[in-house]
Write a protein that binds this ligand. Sequence first.
Ligand code: SF4
Length: 206
Amino acid sequence: MSAETALEQLAAEIRACQKCPLGRSRTHAVPGEGPADAEIMFIGEAPGYYEDRQGRPFVGASGKLLEKLLAGIGMTREDVFITNVVKCRPPANRDPLPAEIDACVPWLHRQIELIDPLLIITLGRFSMAQFFPPTARITRVHGQPLMQEERAIIPMFHPAAALRNPNWMRDMEADFAQIPTLLEKVRAKRADRAQDNEGPQQLSLF
Ligand code: SF4
């Protein structure tokens, strides 16, 4: 099965999910969208009012800002995969509860496994908390990539927070500006790794 088909099947399962009480209050679950081979995956917190209505991630003011920031580095939202930690809207946009995050996060892990992105960009603290220690503070660590074997995870402010605070907006623009260089770095790492893996096989041909 292709990653694209697997991702579509996963989205269908998410739309039917009732693993936590948010499944009863939502209008639409929001699995996320983007190409199955996206090099960059953005992970926000949870759908808001418009996302819940439309079943799509980041369609309000935050989405507009994300699109603008992507345009600044020569990309569009169609180039990246966009999703959230929690796939259904918490009532009145309250913070997701720990039990809701625990119930929902396996969906996110399956998406990451299928897409296998080079960069994961966390937007906001709930998303950051999935990858960084509980002591990490977004105001201190934003823009500082956590380098893994073949992936970089970059914590950033949530666009909604940047829209409220001009200082955070400047920080977010600076953090976005690093994306092309980081992407290149991870691409090179993966290419090196692929070559290392090919080496012994090629030798065995002779
Ligand atoms: S929030 Fe996640 S776990 Fe809860 S019902 Fe929606 S998809 Fe299922």
